[in-house]
Ligand binder design. Structure first.
Ligand SMILES: C[S@@+](CC[C@H](N)C(=O)[O-])C[C@H]1O[C@@H](n2cnc3c(N)ncnc32)[C@H](O)[C@@H]1O
Length: 243
């Protein structure tokens, strides 16, 4: 499947508070699979959800994002070097990093400019590591109805839009390995679930965001009468080695 973008890459700038409060993190088992990170460059770091754990596991970390507000939120909490830039135009010398990472962001990156830049700033044998959280709630009525509403209200949205064969996409520049899935789940209250929905760029593209939120919350109340939403996830990790 081709990469599709069901929202605007700059939408997050207006959504920083909801993003920071309600987005899911990534399981420790994911980080344990990343290996030796050395000097690490994080692309599209946003508010720093992955940066915190990366910082404890690498020799050095530089965080980047095209959104100054997203990046600034992470940098209010931590003193990592941060640079506002696009992944397609990195202001770093060639062969500067052992690892380039992208959490929940590579689908926004233009190809081939993004892969060419990632390869350029990586040292020989360096690695590009990309991962995404995906909900595994297919078949649960509250989730299926939420997805139906999104597909009906945003012509660029379809469920599974990030179901892309990144090995095919990046095999020209990198050696590939099969993607790996790490299952996990999180439980959160309805208030936070609402903020999570509002933090999604494709929700903000809907004609009637409030109607979507109200209907989705009604389904969630029915499915989770105690107000605690239990959502199963998989974190899918893709690993690429620079040739
Ligand atoms: C869904 S958020 C992920 C943020 C963070 N990595 C995380 O795991 O929460 C996507 C981020 O990518 C950034 N972004 C979108 N397009 C980009 C691009 N072409 N280059 C760099 N960052 C980009 C957005 O500003 C946003 O902060």
């Amino acid at each position: 499947m081709a990469d599709v973008r069901p929202g605007s890459p700059t939408a997050f700038e207006a959504l920083v508070d909801d993003y920071d409060a309600a987005r899911p993190s990534y399981p420790v088992a994911l980080y344990d699979k990343l290996g030796d990170l050395g000097d690490c460059l994080e692309l599209g770091a946003g508010t720093g959800i992955a940066s915190e754990e990366l910082a404890t596991r690498c020799r050095s970390l530089v965080v980047t994002d095209l959104g100054p507000k997203m990046l600034a939120r992470g940098l209010t909490k931590h003193a990592w070097p941060g640079v506002v830039c696009r992944a397609e135009a990195l202001p770093f010398k060639g062969s500067s990093f052992d690892t380039v990472t992208g959490a929940q962001m590579w689908h926004w990156v233009d190809k081939p400019a993004g892969p060419i830049e990632a390869r350029r700033v990586l040292r020989e044998g360096g690695r590009l590591l990309l991962w995404w959280n995906e909900s595994l709630a297919d078949g649960q009525a509250w989730w299926d109805r939420q997805q139906d509403r999104l597909e009906a209200g945003n012509s660029r949205y379809r469920r599974g839009y990030r179901d892309v064969d990144y090995n095919a996409q990046l095999g020209q520049w990198f050696d590939t390995t099969p993607a790996e899935d790490i299952p996990w789940e999180r439980t959160l209250g309805l208030d936070l679930y609402e903020r999570w929905m509002r933090s999604k760029s494709y929700v903000q593209e809907l004609d009637d965001v409030e109607a979507f939120i109200a209907a989705s919350l009604a389904d969630l109340r029915e499915a989770f009468p105690d107000g605690q939403v239990v959502e199963p996830f998989v974190t899918r990790l893709w690993r690429f080695t620079a040739r």
